[in-house]
Design a protein around this ligand. Structure first.
Ligand code: ZN
Length: 409
């Protein structure tokens, strides 16, 4: 297939205009692999066409990261150097638009000690967290994808045209074709999601009940006043409507930390720290994951749940109909950006404070007091079986069907 320059430009333009919605005079911080430098140039150009003041690039490399983890000590890698902190601090002042292009090899960290990986990410996250919290909700950002050779080979190990196949899938999910106007299609798509989210918000459900023949039997309480969100977000500082994830199919909220009961059975494998957890279920008591069972990756799953105090509690519940184009692709992308948009899911770990009333201005401590979960992890796992039913329960005890057989009721 070999993707045409015209299609690539259309995609870059969509990421910059519809996704990040770069406004005249804004600084853009682009994070992209060194392998994708021609695409970085297309994005940079699209940003300047949109009126960007300056485009800065953070180049990444799977191989470089892997070598660092192989040869440098945990102590060295865990240290956040003063210039790194200064850079984050600068971001809290500039509030740049951030564009992330995902193209990682899902196996990049295979064979690296998972303890080392999580220890390094934990201690770095601890130092960076105040800065992250300070820019949260105050800048536009978007994550989109670009297929690398290794990523494509992971999805289609036996195919000679793996990259072409992954491109075809990405373009399908991102609604970019030779003959269409992706901007108009995205407008219709995001309008639909916004409409469903508005309906959920009107209902004022206090809890959700999940049921599927696969063993999922689960109830979760919602945070009073917390909003369902989906598709786009408006930057309160300049009114720019941006779409953080491309593709996006979900409507999500953060449930009340520590208030759920029952079992969730995963319907797709979970790739975490470059390793797979397969055919698993998690059982919750008094809001905490108390046991889990996995045919593959049991130890990894147990380790994940014990990462910190909030890792055993839920931070997200999300609704995605089974007709999602990601689900239609029918394969595992090994990339959360896609896989979480396949079907309904929940996430262990940190909740989203922006779903709380006035959430953008809350500190994490204040958000936790309102019932939000806090953790250094946020890991999505898919529970959207084809027969999944979800009911919403209102304060007066009445119920409404939200999902029937894996899709909107
Ligand atoms: Zn999600």
């Amino acid at each position: 297939m070999a993707i045409s320059r015209e299609l690539l430009e259309k995609y870059a333009e969509l990421i910059v205009r519809t996704g990040a919605n770069v406004q005249p005079g804004q600084i853009v911080q682009l994070t992209i692999s060194v392998e994708q430098h021609p695409f970085a140039a297309l994005i940079t150009e699209a940003c300047y066409r949109a009126g960007a003041k300056k485009v800065n690039v953070d180049w990444t490399s799977d191989q470089q990261s892997r070598l660092n983890f192989l040869y440098a000590s945990e102590e060295t890698l865990s240290a956040v150097l003063p210039w790194e902190e200064a850079k984050m601090k600068q971001m809290t002042e500039d509030l740049p638009v951030r564009i992330f292009i995902a193209s990682e090899d899902p196996d990049a960290m295979n064979g690296i000690d998972p303890q080392k990986l999580s220890a390094v990410s934990q201690s770095r996250a601890r130092v960076m967290k105040p800065y992250r919290n300070a820019i949260d909700g105050k800048h536009q950002w978007v994550i989109a994808a670009y297929p690398s050779e290794k990523w494509a080979k992971k999805c289609f190990p036996d195919a000679d045209d793996a990259v072409d196949r992954l491109w075809a899938a990405i373009l399908k999910t991102i609604r970019v074709r030779e003959d269409n106007d992706p901007v108009a299609e995205w407008k219709a798509h995001t309008d639909f999601i916004e409409k469903k989210a508005a309906w959920l918000n009107e209902q004022g459900f206090i809890s959700l009940r999940y049921k599927s023949a696969n063993g999922t039997d689960f109830t979760v309480e919602l945070i009073p006043g917390a909003r369902w969100e989906g598709a786009g977000v408006t930057n309160p500082l300049n009114g720019a409507y941006y779409i953080p994830n491309m593709p996006t199919e979900e409507i999500f909220t953060s449930p009340a930390a520590g208030k759920c009961e029952g079992t969730l059975v995963a319907v797709k494998p979970l790739s975490w720290n470059s390793q797979l957890i397969e055919n698993f279920s998690i059982t919750f008591k008094n809001g905490r994951a108390v046991s889990c069972r996995a045919e593959k990756g049991q130890e990894l799953l147990e380790h994940m749940i014990r990462m910190d105090d909030g890792a055993a509690m839920l931070g997200e519940v999300a609704l995605v109909p089974k007709e999602s184009p990601v689900n239609q692709c029918g394969f595992l992308f090994y990339e959360t950006l896609f896989d979480e948009n396949a079907c309904c899911h929940c996430a262990l770990g940190m909740g989203f404070k922006e779903v709380l009333p006035g959430g953008d201005d809350l500190t994490m401590e204040e958000a936790v007091k309102q019932g939000l979960n806090d953790s250094i992890i946020h890991v999505d796992f898919m529970v959207g079986a084809d027969d999944l039913d979800i009911d919403g329960i209102r304060p007066d005890g009445s119920t409404a069907a939200i999902f029937r057989n894996g899709t909107w009721a």
